[in-house]
Design a protein around this ligand. Structure first.
Ligand code: URA
Length: 230
């Protein structure tokens, strides 16, 4: 990795501040003052900025209990965003792993590990997502079979992939889907003549929303939770 990129990832310094620091002789690599910002590092060097040793931050993996009314975005002009709920440095660098609608609550994952994010969101990986769904009308007896077979959503080329519906009561069910089309759960219920009135994400893969987290709270994922995505 280039020295300027490394310093940028380890600190809040902008590109121009890094270049100024190099010019001013404030950055040293293995005890020698760095003369060029594009110096190639192999990752074993010790890099000092002034008299501070700097190192890459470990990748971050978080789960958040999303409340109603928040948008899954890094910023928005009209609404609060889930990133506002985090009290963390460099929080704007976190990626939101798959989005929930403003009126959906529940599990949101955040990370700065792009490959891990991709393993969850890429359609090829078919990572399961589990939702608790409350409907306006009673859930009909054929809904589970229709979802298992796949339903045709308006404007989509192919029907939805097989999804598993577990009915809990007349208006409440748990639905597991293996893809993430826009408003997918709401559109699936609309396709069978029903209407979703409340939606809550309980799990992504084997990662369950921690029952200890109140709405708006978050915590780092455990090692096992991170490893469970593969
Ligand atoms: N499906 C929806 O319709 N909305 C969500 O927020 C998530 C899945």
């Amino acid at each position: 990795m280039r020295l300027d990129k490394f310093v940028g990832q380890c600190t809040d310094y902008s590109r121009s501040q890094i270049h100024q620091a190099v010019k001013a002789g404030r950055i040293s690599v293995n005890g020698l003052i760095a003369k060029k910002a594009d110096l190639q590092l192999d990752g074993t060097e010790s890099v000092l900025l002034g008299d501070q040793l700097i190192a890459l931050q470990p990748l971050r993996y978080l789960m958040l209990h999303k409340p109603l009314g928040y948008i899954c975005a890094n910023r928005d002009a009209a609404h609060p965003v889930v990133i506002d709920l985090l009290a963390l440095p460099k929080k704007q660098e976190l990626q939101i792993v798959g989005r929930l609608d403003i009126d959906t609550t529940g599990l949101v994952l955040l990370t700065d590990d792009g490959q891990w994010n991709h393993r969850i969101t890429s359609p090829r990986h078919e990572c399961p997502k589990t939702y608790l769904v409350t409907t306006a009308n009673p859930i009909t007896a054929d809904t589970a079979a229709l979802f298992a077979a796949g339903v045709q959503l308006h404007g989509e080329k192919a029907p939805t992939r097989p999804a598993q519906l577990e009915q809990i009561s007349s208006h409440l069910a748990r639905l597991c889907i293996h893809e993430g089309k826009y408003h997918q759960v709401k559109r699936m219920f609309a396709a069978v003549g029903n209407h979703v009135v409340a939606l809550h994400r309980e799990a992504i893969g084997n990662i369950q929303l921690d029952a200890q987290l109140a709405e708006g709270e978050y915590r780092p994922l455990t090692h096992d939770e991170i490893q469970s995505i593969n």
